[in-house]
Design a binder for this molecule. Structure first.
Ligand code: NDP
Ligand code: MG
Length: 388
């Protein structure tokens, strides 16, 4: 039996992971499940999967979790440090599906104990790619991409020589406002932004898809994961979300990964890697689909893509600043304090104000240095929003 843990078990990726685990309960021994606000779901899954420990990141909800699990034999814990401790419990494979930079510290603990890290939390790679990769190397731990595009590229590279790769193309659905006229975007509401045409995901990544910040993070994630130069990474708008990524080789061949928009493919691939096993995803009927379309993204509509290029050119801690500023701008959009287009303006202004910050371009990275930059970027974003 493989020992597994799921961080962010109550979220969209966490629940899809649990769906796969529940189909083969005898294959897995569940060590830890973590969540935050959704105590009922966390308790229900912890009982059903006979987890050793269930953890909520919210200290104030410890009693509620304890009550929900009384008599079940599942240990309970709460708070940010309890999540990190849960990540450090010995396991063979851990899903990292906490949303935001909060996923970084627990992910590092997983690597330090040498477990395979299935990484949905793209923010870890964006904020601290160098640190995540050196930690994995030092402890002989594998990092398996779960983001659908990165899983697709990873699969496209199996048995290939990375030096033969001349381009990597990741696709974007275009999100909720793909076909909106530009002059309507300023008035886009929260309700409109959190409706995704193809994928069923958490609220934050859904809004990031509409603003293309999700794709901007993924371009940086591609650079970090596969260690390729930024200029060979391309984005294509592909409204059907069937082709997840393409790898182009120097002989001109393009290898595409095609599948339905169902995260259980990428999660299952990471779960069973290096094997391939049956997965309960729809089999595509290409004849019935009849058309797959692609177009270049308009960087005027989606300034996040231009900002990602600037972040990669700066390097060092610019990714941590970019992600934190984006997280804060998104918080303010969700609380309806700023408009849809202001998110990118705030992020650009934070990058501009912190461009001369000492330590920004330092290649040397520690958890503390990343968290310090993250904190500074959030405060700067708050300041900009408070004094427009
Ligand atoms: P959700 O918002 O659905 O779930 C987030 C999870 O993290 C929940 O379990 C939530 O708990 C928990 N959580 C929230 N805040 C904290 C915190 N501060 N500390 C610890 N745990 C916390 O997100 P998704 O599942 O959509 O996304 C998770 C990650 O995967 C993100 O990094 C996202 O970018 C990435 N991803 C997601 C995809 C998708 O299809 N959803 C696709 C590709 C990547 P609770 O719900 O109990 O409050
Ligand atoms: Mg993705």
């Amino acid at each position: 039996m493989r020992k597994i843990s799921i961080l962010g078990a109550t979220g969209s990726i966490g629940q899809n992971t649990i769906d796969l685990v529940k189909r083969a309960p005898d294959d897995y021994e569940v060590v830890a499940l973590t969540g935050a606000q959704n105590i009922a779901q966390l308790a229900k899954d912890a009982i059903e999967l006979r987890a050793k420990v269930a953890v909520t990141a919210d200290l104030a909800r410890l009693e509620e979790l304890r009550t929900a699990l009384v008599g079940s034999g599942v240990e309970v814990a709460a708070g940010v440090s309890a999540v990190t401790e849960a990540a450090a419990r010995p396991a063979d494979w851990v899903m990292s599906a906490i949303v935001g930079a909060a996923g970084l510290a627990p992910g590092l603990e997983v690597l330090k104990q040498g477990a395979a890290l299935a990484l949905a939390n793209k923010e870890s790679m964006v904020c601290a790619g160098a640190l995540v990769k050196t930690t994995a190397k030092e402890h002989n731990a594998h990092i398996l991409p779960v983001d659908s595009e990165h899983s697709a590229v990873f699969q496209g590279l199996i048995g290939e020589d990375i030096t033969a790769v001349e381009r990597i193309i990741i696709t974007a659905s275009g999100g909720a406002f793909r076909d909106w006229p530009m002059d309507k975007l300023a008035g886009a509401t929260l309700a409109q932004a959190q409706t995704h045409p193809n994928w069923d995901m958490g609220q934050r990544i859904t809004i990031d898809s509409a603003s293309m910040f999700n794709k901007a993070l993924e371009v940086i994630e591609t650079r970090e994961f596969f260690e390729v130069p930024p200029e060979i990474i391309e984005v294509l708008v592909h409204p059907q979300s069937m082709v997840h990524a393409l790898v182009g080789f120097k002989d001109g061949a393009l290898m595409a990964h095609v599948g339905p928009p169902d995260m259980r493919h990428a999660i299952g691939f990471a779960l069973h890697w290096p094997e391939r096993r049956h997965l309960p995803v729809e089999r595509l009927d290409l004849a019935a689909l009849s058309q797959l379309t692609f177009r270049a993204p308009d960087e005027k509509r989606w300034p996040a893509l231009r900002l990602a290029r600037e972040v990669m050119a700066t390097g060092g801690h610019a990714g941590a600043v970019f992600n934190a500023a984006k997280e804060r701008a998104l918080d303010h959009f969700i609380s309806e304090r700023i408009g849809f287009l202001q998110m990118a303006e705030v992020v650009e202004e934070v990058l501009h104000r912190l461009s001369a910050q000492s330590g920004l371009t330092n290649a040397e990275m520690t958890l503390d240095s990343v968290l310090e930059m993250d904190h500074l970027a959030r405060n700067t974003a708050d300041e900009i929003i408070a004094n427009p």
